[in-house]
Design a binder for this molecule. Structure first.
Ligand code: ATP
Length: 365
């Protein structure tokens, strides 16, 4: 089958640019999640791939063939806005074959497709039931079945789990992942939920203001965020990002910091060197910080909020006007108490004056 390629695609609505010069490739057996805040252009991108929205510039290709000018019905893509849009009065079997009505297949071919889908998705025993007689998991499998029975070139899902409650979402993420892995078609899922993207995507494209900020595997995007936006957007709780300066970029050591803190790292760690005197941002995950003495110390942190997160607490500190977060199992200090936060031997992320992450030696990217 065929990969999906989005090449230098831009979408404008009047004077407004909703999607700006984006490139994406989704392999034939790959699930790509488009992730980003509200209004960043995710749905518009999906709709252009589906043919429901024209492209203003650039090209969309399926298996190398340009389809940018083809209307939606000639692209043979399956687009689902959520997994639960089943017809309540039709049986499961009727729901499943509904999308085939326009294909002009013979009865025997239709039956063959239905048997195949029912077998793949373990729905054989419920084909005569109506949606209200199904479990949530069965409903979801029927909805997926309706998408795949047409054998489309690509699957496009817009916020597929957004209407489900938290417990069901958690359950569904895993089962959808397993089903998607069997489809062998390029699949694009739009979501603003990073957990969904991390668990369902082979790769994630993080979008902001119509642009793609980073594309990578969930692990890469988490471990090596390309810039401060991705660093702050991916990961719960959010990474602490401290604005400072590169105080000295020497041959053996690099010192970054602020008036209150100096962080010295071996220069040999840096694949990209910062420049002395330029602004720099230092980032670390809340799990890497603690109140137990060790490593770099951030003195004068005032506790402003303590949140219970089950076994752990998320402590929010004000450190000279900057936000520092610590995830800890220890008892929380009193609100307004002044504490020292320690960063142990955690390797910080360092971003340059444009917010771009300075690559470290050994980064996988
Ligand atoms: P959300 O997560 O809230 O659904 P999104 O990332 O999917 O957001 P889009 O729906 O793609 O964002 O919208 C991107 C931008 O384009 C938004 O600012 C939106 O208001 C604008 N936009 C979308 N469709 C149109 C349209 N038909 N006319 C004008 N502007 C539009």
């Amino acid at each position: 089958m065929s990969a999906l390629t989005v090449q230098r695609v831009t979408k404008t609505f009047g004077d407004f640019t909703a999607v700006s010069d984006i490139d994406l490739t989704v392999a034939e057996d790959e699930v790509l999640c488009l992730l980003g805040p509200s209004g960043c252009g995710k749905t518009t991108t999906l709709r252009m791939i589906a043919g429901l929205e024209s492209v203003s510039q650039g090209q969309i290709l399926f298996g190398g063939e340009e389809v940018s000018a083809k209307p939606a019905q000639h692209r043979n893509v399956a687009m689902a806005f959520q997994f639960y849009a089943l017809y309540p009065d039709l049986t499961v079997g009727e729901n499943l074959i509904f999308p085939l009505a326009a294909e002009g297949l013979s009865k025997a071919e239709t039956q063959e497709r239905l048997d195949g889908i029912a077998d793949t998705l373990h729905l054989d025993s419920v084909l005569q039931r109506r949606p209200h007689e199904l479990s949530e998991g069965e409903k979801q499998r029927v909805a997926v079945g309706r998408c795949i029975i047409r054998r489309p070139n690509a699957f496009l899902f817009d916020e597929p789990l957004s209407r489900l409650d938290v417990a069901l979402r958690e359950d569904m993420r895993g089962s959808i992942r397993r089903i998607l892995a069997t489809l062998n078609r390029p699949t694009v899922i739009v979501t603003h939920d990073q957990l969904e993207a991390m668990t369902m995507g082979d790769r994630i494209a993080v979008m902001r203001d119509g642009r793609i900020e980073q594309v990578g595997t969930p692990q890469d995007v988490f471990d090596h965020p390309a810039n401060t936006f991705v660093a702050g957007f991916i990961g719960t709780p959010q990474m602490s990002l401290l604005d400072g300066r590169c105080l000295d970029a020497g041959e053996t050591q690099v010192t970054v910091g602020t008036d209150q803190m100096r962080w010295t790292l071996p220069a040999s760690r840096f694949a990209d060197m910062p420049r002395t005197g330029e602004a720099a941002t230092v980032g670390f995950r809340p799990r890497a910080a603690s109140l137990t003495p060790g490593g770099l110390a951030l003195g004068g942190c005032r506790l402003v909020l303590s949140e219970h997160m089950g076994a752990e607490k998320l402590l929010h500190f004000d450190w000279h006007g900057q936000a520092v977060r610590v995830l800890t199992q220890d008892d929380a200090p009193q609100i307004d108490e002044i504490c020292t936060v320690y960063l142990g031997d955690a390797a910080p992320h360092v971003f340059d004056n444009n917010g771009i992450r300075l690559r470290m030696k050994g980064d996988r990217q």
